[in-house]
Design a protein around this ligand. Structure first.
Ligand code: AMP
Length: 290
């Protein structure tokens, strides 16, 4: 595995690989890797000849009150996991090189990024879109893999890629979970044992919504209040938002007639966790006459 720190070396390497006819796959991450990240590497591997994992804790997507400084880091451990997972290139640029002094150009998506986490974290998706656009320009991937766990991010990046004509296929990987259902996240390491137990309310709330939906409930309000009840049963939990939105437009829905995304963000103690589920009615199977 090759480790690249320099942005120009990354771009030159990607250009040379492309000229040699290689199909390039890219998995953008902020490091402190877990099995969820590595599952995305496996998806990239299936679809490309050379897999680059990018490790960059992107300052422009953190708000001033957020956890940039204390975001967990362990480069040696991450590099070992990448090696074992068959990553070909680990691209870990330093912030000073990614953002030249006085950088003043940004990428904004103006529709899908306004609600949900975008409303709770102003500027977050501008930072995400900007860094992903830059990583696309540096790694020149044919295919890039993102996790469904960051539901809004995935949809915003798909939209940006389409709108700006990046020649990159966006592939989504399913959310990997711990055995008890908690979505894997680098931020789970912030939780103490008690908070870790209470963090299960996110998945329990989503499961309850799915259960009510399966039982025929199509109104958003009762799903939301059932979820709120579960979340507020955890003393360490503080609701950021529960959103029930159209899966395509991310506009709030009152009834779940089309595929709907239920996304939530909850503080467990100081740690903000997110999770989501997509609910869609199963297609009606035509009755077969005897
Ligand atoms: P992060 O390092 O948190 O920025 O995440 C990097 C990528 O990994 C993003 O595309 C995330 O959506 C994805 N990811 C994070 N957690 C998981 C998970 N539990 N399962 C699958 N993908 C994930």
């Amino acid at each position: 595995m090759r480790i690249i720190r320099s942005v120009s070396e990354m771009q030159q390497t990607a250009l040379a690989l492309r000229a040699a006819g290689k199909r390039l796959g890219c998995v953008p991450t902020m490091g402190f890797l877990h099995a969820g990240h590595l599952s995305l590497v496996a998806l990239a591997r299936e679809r490309s000849d050379v897999v680059t994992l990018t490790l960059f804790i992107n300052p422009t997507q953190f708000g001033p009150q957020e956890d940039l400084a204390k975001y967990p880091r362990d480069f040696e451990r991450d590099a070992g996991l990448c090696r074992d997972a068959g990553v070909d290139i680990l691209f870990a640029p330093v912030a000073a090189e990614m953002y030249a002094a006085g950088a003043s150009s940004y990428v904004t998506e103006e529709k899908l990024s306004t609600g949900l986490c975008g409303a709770a974290r102003p500027g977050h998706f501008r930072g995400v879109c900007t860094v992903v656009a830059k990583l696309f320009n540096l790694c020149l991937p044919h295919v890039a893999v993102f996790g469904a766990k960051d539901a809004q991010q995935l949809r915003v990046i798909r939209r940006m890629t389409r709108d700006l004509n990046f020649p990159v296929a966006i592939v989504a990987g399913p959310t990997l979970r711990e055995a008890d259902g908690l979505a894997m996240s680098s931020r789970n390491t912030y939780l103490n044992a008690d908070e870790r137990r209470q963090a299960l309310v996110l998945k329990r709330a989503l499961d309850e919504a799915a259960h009510l939906f399966d039982a025929g409930e199509r109104a958003a309000a009762p799903l939301k209040s059932a979820m709120e009840k579960i979340i507020t049963s955890a003393p360490a939990a503080k609701m950021d938002y529960i959103a029930i939105v159209d899966d395509e437009t991310l506009a709030p829905v009152e009834r779940l007639e089309r595929p709907a995304l239920i996304a939530l963000a909850v503080f467990i103690g100081q740690t903000r966790l997110i999770d989501n589920v997509v609910l869609r009615s199963s297609p009606v199977t035509p009755k077969v006459r005897p």
